[in-house]
Design a protein around this ligand. Structure first.
Ligand code: CAO
Length: 432
């Protein structure tokens, strides 16, 4: 152990500066850059940081004393003789006086806000490179200022001699980060909806939303905000499909099986995904890759009294019409009875939202992210279709394919719905 005097550094033109606060006491363990005393001139106040690590042996000043540069403040016991860090230029020290007084005046809003904005980032940076801090060249007051603002000095470009970070660099960095925050907020910031007191206009009842409704609201909102969504509309002539389905249903009724149009939509979608695998994919979070899935799991949007649930038919490409009829009916029943397990709700590669049993001419479904597309089906209607010679009654099914435009091009979407329309118009194609 050795004794080391800590003196008042060069404080520019200031002299006879008063000690207004002593921040340590005898026996305290002090780290380098910890503040020791606060001095105050008639212009500003400044905290004197410790240039070394050690234990306070004795304090040589008391509150009210007047000191000058070079006067001893205290004596430290240090392990190894450490050269006091280069005392900053008088210009820099003088500026640090301004900074302290400025910081005091502007707290709590400015500094608190800066700290909040920057501290998290500093933590991240330190996690990334724990040695980064020690490589920075900066004086004690600059380090202290950086600590106060929550700035990671390794992120600050030094404009002083040999890249030394000076206080103006820290201030510029903070200003820059704050203005970035503001511009980020302008880009992504959603103006909040004003809260309205509806009871001013009449009687109201506030009802809790189910957990499913709350969760799907969050998911849908996230999808809406993240996905550049386009919807491609098309229609399929399902006259043949409907007569085939009805014939089969008469036969299957004995076995208690009913094929709804949904089963055929699933088969058609499977065929589409096999032909256009880019629809059976997800964007990689790095934005540079796309993940093609070698399995085909179809999510089915099911309306329940608690909200929208999307159970999944796994390996739909390996299942025939009758198996799909049984499984989709089962999943829809379980969803409504709330008896689905979590596995049944995960791993979809493409979703179908069928509203045809209810009605509607068309709608734009939202992609069930991280999938890249969803098929919406509305109610089929009998329409008069000209066959080149005559108008014939045909059952026309409206299709709406919403897709993530980052992953799918418009032309691909048009080909996909065209493929669906052809397969649905000719059930034999489902066998291929
Ligand atoms: N056009 C005309 N009729 C249709 C049809 C269509 N596109 N789709 C179904 N139908 C008919 C069925 O043939 C059935 O008629 P019958 O009883 O006379 O045979 C009737 O409508 C009821 O069918 P269903 O809708 O109960 O059965 P399904 O297998 O077609 O659909 C399911 C099952 C789970 C998809 C459906 O019940 C459901 O919940 N749909 C709502 C999905 C939803 O909420 N989507 C919105 C999600 S947000 O984008």
């Amino acid at each position: 152990m050795m004794k080391e005097k800590v003196c008042v550094p060069d404080i520019g033109e200031a002299s006879d500066v008063e000690v207004i606060e002593i921040l340590v006491k005898q026996g305290d363990q002090v780290s380098r850059d910890d503040s020791l005393v606060v001095l105050e001139s008639d212009k500003a106040s400044m905290e004197i940081p410790s240039p070394v690590e050690g234990v306070v042996e004795s304090i040589e000043v008391k509150v009210g004393d007047k000191v000058d540069a070079g006067d001893t403040i205290l004596v430290m016991l240090t392990e190894i003789k450490e050269l006091p860090q280069e005392i900053e230029h008088s210009e820099e020290v003088a500026s640090s006086i301004d900074i302290v007084s400025e910081a005091r005046q502007h707290r709590p809003e400015t500094v608190t806000q800066q700290e909040a904005v920057l501290q998290e980032q500093s933590r991240e940076n330190l996690d990334r490179d724990p040695t980064a801090k020690s490589k920075v060249h900066a004086g004690p007051s600059v380090r202290k200022q950086a600590r106060e603002y929550g700035v990671d000095l390794s992120r600050v470009t030094g404009s002083g001699n040999f890249g030394r970070v000076i206080k103006e660099d820290v201030v510029a960095y903070v200003k820059n980060r704050l203005s970035q925050q503001v511009s980020d907020a302008v880009g992504a910031g959603i103006p909040a909806m004003p809260e309205v007191d509806f009871s001013k206009f009449g009687e109201v009842e506030v009802v809790s939303r189910s957990r499913i409704q709350q969760a799907s609201a969050r998911n849908l909102h996230r999808s809406w905000l993240n996905i550049p969504l386009v919807t491609q509309f098309d229609q399929a002539d399902i006259t043949g499909l409907e007569s085939f389905r009805k014939e089969q249903n008469i036969r299957l009724a004995e076995q208690g099986i009913k094929m709804t149009p949904l089963v055929f939509f699933i088969r058609a979608v499977v065929s589409g995904l096999q032909t256009y695998p880019q629809f059976n994919a997800s964007l990689h979070p790095d934005g540079e890759h796309i993940i093609h899935k070698k399995y085909i799991n179809i999510g089915i949007a099911v309306e329940t009294e608690d909200g929208l649930v999307v159970p999944v038919i796994r390996d739909a490409d390996k299942k025939g019409l009758i198996a799909l009829a049984g499984e989709s009916a089962n999943l829809a029943r379980q969803a409504r009875e709330k008896s689905l397990n979590i596995d049944a709700l995960q791993g979809a590669t493409f979703t179908i939202s069928s509203l045809g049993g209810i009605g509607g001419t068309s709608f734009t479904p939202l992609v069930n992210a991280p999938e890249v597309a969803i098929l919406g089906v509305s109610r089929a209607r009998i329409e008069a279709v000209y066959d080149g010679e005559d108008f014939k009654p045909r059952t026309i099914l409206p299709l709406a394919l919403s897709y993530d435009h980052r992953a799918i091009d418009g032309a691909e979407a048009a080909r996909f719905t065209d493929h669906l329309a052809r397969v649905l118009s000719d059930t034999r194609l489902m066998l291929l």
